[in-house]
Ligand binder design. Structure first.
Ligand code: ACO
Length: 320
């Protein structure tokens, strides 16, 4: 058995900040941000939370799938910005949806979160442990971004995306995943819930720190390598892949991956101009937009690929 995505949903707060809004906060410009990142605007929550966005994306996905909340037997929420330490966001989503038969837990893998969650959902379904699975990526990054740091704040935004899986005939293809904790310091944010937290808040380490150049170099090297490895393990050819749905971190990273793989950029859909980097929600939001526009056809082969804090990265093959 494999998991088949039978419905998708997404949600972003209606409030947004465009690049000119950011230029009023830090020394930057619309031109610099567009050229270096591809971001034009990002949605920023006013009264939404990670859980409320997850619930709205989940309701849309369940409706799209024609699945009732009580049919779910597993909910995974991928997030690095959950409302509470306990209970987990997935349990709060369960409560709001009335998904009384679901087992719920969160996954923390930053921008690789939806990809790792996808693999987890597939593993659970193919083992027979769970059948009807809701996977959500939801992030309120505006709460942890350092809005005084022009080198990082220009990238991020808030949003959520969700997918519902049902079992279908098939064999689970291999996936490619990696983590490198030794390089974790290039993208970090300390918890406020630890000894000495007041000091950490004062020194500014409880907001996102990012060594942009290092993350950039890592992404443009490792993402194409992971996709090539996926092709080798699955026996697929790059030219037979219909879509490459990558984590939306920076348009230049996506363009560089396409160039290194020698694949037409037309196969790399993007929506970073609209949302910025929404971490574990980005792949799910893009998947939902493509689904709703009718761009995804039965039997199409899709590569999902993400990278992010940890460091962590990988690629998986999805047949629509
Ligand atoms: N506006 C204007 N100038 C700026 C800005 C800004 N917002 N930010 C930096 N600059 C300046 C720098 O100070 C530097 O000036 P200098 O040459 O006088 O020193 C110059 O612009 C170039 O800076 P770089 O850091 O080299 O700029 P770069 O082209 O690398 O772009 C960026 C920076 C956009 C952050 C890029 O490195 C990047 O996208 N990296 C990847 C980040 C990423 O994907 N992070 C998410 C990972 S996923 C996750 O898990 C959250």
């Amino acid at each position: 058995m494999i998991g088949k995505i039978c419905g998708t949903g997404s949600y972003a707060p209606s409030n947004y900040w465009d690049n000119n809004d950011l230029a009023k906060m830090v020394d930057t410009s619309d031109e610099w941000i567009r050229e270096r990142t591809g971001v034009v605007r990002r949605h920023i929550s006013v009264d939404d939370t990670t859980v409320s966005m997850a619930v709205k994306a989940s309701r849309a996905a369940l409706e799209n799938a024609g699945v009732k909340p009580e049919e779910l037997d597993l909910i995974i929420v991928s997030t690095i910005t959950s409302n509470k330490i306990i209970p987990c966001a997935a349990c709060e989503v369960q409560k709001e949806l009335g998904a009384v038969n679901a087992t719920c837990f969160d996954m923390s893998a930053a921008c690789s979160g939806f990809l790792f969650g996808y693999n987890a959902a597939q593993a659970y379904i193919s083992s027979g442990m769970y059948q009807t699975v809701l996977l959500v990526g939801s992030e309120m990054l505006s709460q942890i971004v350092n809005w005084q740091d022009r080198s990082s704040c220009i990238l991020f935004g808030d949003g959520a995306g969700a997918a519902v899986f049902r079992p279908a005939e098939g064999v689970l293809p291999p996936c490619v995943t990696y983590s490198d904790g030794a390089k974790g310091q290039v993208l970090s944010c300390e918890s406020r819930h630890q000894k000495g937290w007041e000091e950490k808040v004062k020194e500014g380490s409880t907001v996102v720190y990012m060594d942009g150049r290092e993350v950039f170099k890592f992404a443009v090297k490792q993402e194409p390598a992971a996709i090539r490895k996926l092709m080798e393990l699955t026996g697929e050819k790059l030219e037979d892949i219909d879509w490459f749905i990558l984590h939306q971190a920076n348009l230049r990273i996506i363009e560089s991956v396409a160039k290194r793989l020698k694949v037409d950029m037309a196969k790399f859909p993007t929506n970073i101009h609209e949302y910025g980097n929404t971490s574990s929600a980005s792949i799910a939001i893009l998947l939902d937009e493509m689904n709703r526009k009718g761009m995804l056809k039965e039997g199409q082969k899709i590569v999902l690929s993400g990278f992010g804090a940890g460091l962590s990265w990988g690629a998986s093959l999805l047949t629509w």
